[in-house]
Design a protein around this ligand. Structure first.
Ligand SMILES: NC(=O)c1ccc[n+]([C@@H]2O[C@H](COP(=O)([O-])OP(=O)(O)OC[C@H]3O[C@@H](n4cnc5c(N)ncnc54)[C@H](O)[C@@H]3O)[C@@H](O)[C@H]2O)c1
Length: 354
C-alpha cells in the first residue's frame, strides 16, 4: 500500500488536531466530521507522519505523539495517539516567534535549511506542512527552501506569501513539485460562513457597504495575533477570502474590518461575530449579525488532510506548481482566484490524470 509521507513544521494546536485526526479516522473512517474518507485515491490510513520540527524547548526531542500535548498546546483531546517513532527536531527559528509568543515559550531553532532538507530526505518525507505562527514570512521561506532542496511538495497553511509569490511558484514549477497556499481554510469556519453570507446578499441584489469579522479565542494563535504586524497578514488573507463565485471582490478591502482578541478561558474555542451591512430595494438598510462558535484547531485538520493527499497525487502524476482548483477549495488566499464552475472542472481534470 503506498503512503503519503508527511513532515510537519510547528507542532502546535493544528498539528495536534491533524495527528489525532489521522489516528481517529484511520481506525474509524466513517466516524462523523470527515468530509473525504478517501481523497485523490488515498485513505486516511495511508497518511504517515515522517518528520516534525518545532522551536519550543518543551517539545524538541519528544515523540510527535507526546509533543502534541506539550507546551502551551490546548487543542481538544479527541483521540489517543500511539507512539509514532517520529522525534520532534529543533527547527530553524527565523521570525517564527514574535514578542507575545516569546513571553510564553523558550525558543531555540539553530537548524539550517540544509540540515532540515537532509532530514526530510532521510525520512522519505514527500509533503511538508507549514504550521508556524501567522506572520512568520522568513520562517515559512526557510522551510519552503528546505522542501525544494529535499524534493518535497509544500502546503503553506499560514498567511505568509508563498503560493501567491510568482518567484516561489516558479521555483516549485522548475523543480517539478506541487504547491498549495496560502492560509488554510477551516471546514466550517468564520471565513466560509462570512463569504457565503456576503455572496448570498450580493446574489440577491443587496449592495454591500461594510462588514466586520471579530474573532476571540484562547489559544497560542490568538496570543500571536496580539502582535499587530502578525495580525495584518491574517487580515489580508481573510479579506481576500471574501470573493464572489466569479472570483471578483464583493467589497473593497477598506470596508472590511477583521479583529481578534485573546481570551484565555476560551482555550481552543473560537467565537466569530460577523456583521454585514448593505442597501436593499429603494436604498433601504439590510443588516445581518451572526455568531459562530467552533473548536479552532480541529476545524482546519480535515482540509489539511485533503491537501496532503492531493499533493501526493499531483507528485505521482508529475503535476507541478500551484494546484489552483484544490487551492480554491482549501486555501483562503490563492494566486489565481477561480469561480465555482472553473474550480469544479479543474479538479475533475486533475483527478482524471490518475
Ligand atoms: N483552524 C486553524 O486553527 C487555522 C486555520 C488556518 C490557518 N491557521 C494557521 O496555522 C498556524 C498554526 O496554528 P496553530 O493554532 O497550530 O498555532 P500554534 O501557535 O498552536 O502552533 C505553532 C507552533 O509553531 C512553532 N514554531 C514557531 N516558530 C517555528 C519555527 N521557526 N519552526 C518550527 N516551529 C515553529 C511554535 O513553537 C508552535 O508549536 C497559524 O499560523 C494559524 O494562523 C490555523
Amino acid at each position: 500500500m503506498s503512503t503519503v509521507n508527511v513532515g510537519l513544521v510547528g507542532v502546535g494546536n493544528c498539528t495536534s488536531s491533524l495527528v489525532q485526526g489521522v489516528a481517529h479516522y484511520a481506525a474509524e473512517p466513517d466516524a462523523p466530521g470527515l468530509a473525504n474518507p478517501v481523497c485523490a485515491g488515498f485513505s486516511v490510513a495511508q497518511v504517515r507522519f515522517t518528520a516534525a520540527f518545532d522551536v519550543d524547548a518543551d517539545k524538541i526531542g519528544l515523540d510527535l505523539a507526546e509533543a502534541i500535548w506539550a507546551g502551551p498546546n490546548n487543542a481538544t483531546r479527541f483521540a489517543e495517539v500511539p507512539v509514532l517513532g517520529v522525534p520532534v527536531l529543533e527547527g530553524a527559528l527565523g521570525d517564527g516567534v514574535g514578542h507575545e509568543v516569546g513571553q510564553r515559550i523558550t525558543a531555540r531553532g539553530a537548524a539550517t535549511v540544509e540540515s532540515i532538507a537532509e532530514h526530510l530526505r532521510a525520512t522519505g518525507t514527500e509533503v511538508l506542512v507549514n504550521f508556524v505562527p501567522a506572520g512568520s514570512q522568513l520562517a515559512s521561506e526557510l522551510y519552503a527552501e528546505a522542501a525544494l532542496l529535499a524534493g518535497c511538495a509544500f502546503v503553506n497553511c499560514i498567511p505568509s506569501v508563498i503560493a501567491r509569490s510568482p518567484r516561489w511558484v516558479e521555483r516549485f514549477e522548475t523543480a517539478g513539485l506541487p504547491l498549495l497556499g496560502d492560509d488554510l481554510k477551516s471546514q466550517f469556519g468564520a471565513t466560509l460562513v462570512h463569504r457565503a453570507l456576503v455572496e448570498l446578499l450580493a446574489a440577491n441584489g443587496v449592495r454591500l457597504r461594510n462588514t466586520y469579522q471579530l474573532l476571540a479565542g484562547g489559544n497560542l494563535d490568538f496570543v500571536n495575533l496580539r502582535d499587530a504586524d502578525r495580525m495584518r497578514t491574517k487580515k489580508e488573507t481573510k479579506s481576500s477570502g471574501l470573493r464572489g463565485p466569479d472570483g471578483a471582490e464583493l467589497l473593497p478591502p477598506s470596508n472590511v474590518h477583521v479583529g481578534a482578541d485573546y481570551i484565555p478561558f476560551l482555550a481552543d474555542r473560537k467565537i466569530a461575530v460577523i456583521r454585514v451591512e448593505g442597501e436593499g430595494f429603494g436604498g433601504t438598510p439590510v443588516e445581518v449579525d451572526l455568531k459562530l462558535t467552533v473548536d479552532d484547531s480541529p476545524s482546519g485538520a480535515g482540509n489539511v488532510l485533503d491537501a496532503v493527499r492531493y499533493l501526493k497525487f499531483a507528485m505521482d502524476q508529475g503535476v507541478s506548481g500551484v494546484l489552483d482548483p484544490v487551492a480554491h477549495y482549501l486555501m483562503k488566499a490563492v494566486p489565481r482566484p477561480l469561480g465555482e464552475e472553473a474550480a469544479a472542472a479543474g479538479l475533475r481534470e486533475l483527478l482524471a490524470r490518475g
